[in-house]
Ligand binder design. Structure first.
Ligand SMILES: Cc1cc2nc3c(=O)[nH]c(=O)nc-3n(C[C@H](O)[C@H](O)[C@H](O)COP(=O)(O)OP(=O)(O)OC[C@H]3O[C@@H](n4cnc5c(N)ncnc54)[C@H](O)[C@@H]3O)c2cc1C
Ligand code: FES
Length: 259
C-alpha cells in the first residue's frame, strides 16, 4: 500500500479557472474525505483528496499552484501517474440534515461526501464560496443530484456577496441541521467552528505531507496529532484543543507560516 501503484489517466477536464480534474483507474475502495499521494514521475509526490468515486475509477480535482499541479494539468488521457493510498480517516456522514461549507477548492473533497449524504436520503445543503464567479465548480453536479446549492463570491460576481462562513452563520440561525462538514481556508473553518458549538462539526485540514503514513511527523497539528493518519478530518472536540488551528501551518522545512 505504501508503494506507488502505476495507473492510467482515463480523462482530464478543466472545471474552472486554473482548476482541473483527473480521473484514473483504481478499483480500491476509498471513503469521502480520504486522500491519495499522487506521484508525478520526475516532478514530485503530492497529497490530493478524492473528488469522485466509482467502483473502477477515482478522480482528483486540483488548483494549479506550483510545479506539481502544473505538471498534472499538462497530462493527457493514457498518461501514467503513481498513486499511494487511500490514506486518512474520511468523513462520518450521519443525521437527517447536513450543511456542507466548501471554500475555494474545498468543495472538491466535499463532493463525494455530499453524494453519500444524498444516497442516504439526508437533506443536504451546500455552500460553495469562492473569490469570483470563474472559480466556481461542481455547483451543477451537486444541484443535479438533489443538493440545495448556495453560492457566495467575495466580489459579488455570482450568488451572495460575502464569505461562505457568514452565509453559513445566517442559515444556522434560521434552519435546523444535525451537522456541519467543511473544507477550505483554515481561517474560514475556525470562524465556522465558533458558531457550531451545538452541532456535530467536522473539518478537513491540510498540512504539508511527506510520508503520509504517520512516520515523518511533518504534518503534526496540536500536541502531535498527525493529519495524515488521525485526520485529515477532525471533529469539534479535537479542533478546539489544537492551539495552532487557524493560526499557523508549517512549510516543507518545518518553518511556521501564519495564516
Ligand atoms: C490531505 C490533503 C489533501 C489535499 N487535497 C487537495 C485537493 O483535493 N485539491 C487541491 O487543489 N489541493 C489539495 N491539497 C493541496 C495540494 O497538495 C497542494 O496544493 C499541492 O501539493 C501543491 O503542489 P505544487 O507543487 O503544485 O505547488 P508548490 O508551489 O510546491 O506548493 C504550493 C503550496 O501547496 C502546499 N503543498 C505543496 N506540497 C505539499 C505537500 N507535499 N503536502 C501538503 N501541502 C503541500 C504548500 O502549502 C505550498 O506552499 C491537499 C493537501 C492535503 C494535505
Ligand atoms: S506526512 Fe509524515 S507523519 Fe504525516
Amino acid at each position: 500500500m505504501n508503494q506507488p501503484r502505476i495507473t492510467e489517466i482515463c480523462s482530464i477536464k478543466k472545471e474552472a479557472e486554473n482548476i482541473f480534474s483527473i480521473a484514473f483507474d483504481d478499483p480500491r475502495d476509498i471513503k469521502p474525505g480520504q486522500f491519495y499521494m499522487i506521484w508525478i514521475p520526475g516532478v514530485d509526490e503530492i497529497p490530493m483528496s478524492v473528488s469522485s468515486i466509482t467502483d473502477t475509477t477515482k478522480m482528483i480535482t486540483f488548483r494549479i499552484l506550483g510545479d506539481a499541479t502544473k505538471a498534472l494539468a499538462s497530462l493527457h488521457t493514457y498518461d501514467k501517474i503513481g498513486i499511494r493510498g487511500p490514506y486518512g480517516n474520511g468523513f462520518t456522514i450521519a443525521g437527517k440534515s447536513l450543511l456542507f461549507v466548501g471554500g475555494g477548492t474545498g468543495v472538491a473533497m466535499l463532493a463525494p461526501a455530499v453524494e453519500e449524504a444524498l444516497r442516504k436520503k439526508i437533506k443536504t445543503t451546500v455552500i460553495i464560496g469562492t473569490k469570483t464567479e470563474s472559480e466556481i465548480f461542481f455547483d451543477q453536479r451537486l444541484h443535479q443530484q438533489g443538493a440545495h446549492v448556495l453560492i457566495t463570491t467575495d466580489d459579488g460576481s455570482r450568488g451572495i456577496k460575502g464569505f461562505a462562513s457568514d452565509l453559513a452563520k445566517d442559515i444556522l440561525e434560521k434552519e435546523q441541521f444535525d451537522g456541519v462538514l467543511t473544507c477550505g481556508p483554515e481561517i474560514m473553518m475556525k470562524k465556522l467552528l465558533t458558531v457550531c458549538d451545538h452541532l456535530n462539526f467536522q473539518a478537513s485540514l491540510e498540512r504539508y505531507m511527506k510520508c503520509a503514513v504517520g512516520i515523518c511527523g511533518q504534518c503534526c497539528i496540536g500536541e502531535g496529532m498527525r493529519v495524515c493518519v488521525e485526520g485529515p478530518v477532525f471533529d469539534k472536540q479535537s479542533l478546539k484543543k489544537f492551539f495552532d488551528f487557524g493560526i499557523y501551518t508549517r512549510d516543507a522545512s518545518g518553518k511556521k507560516i501564519k495564516f
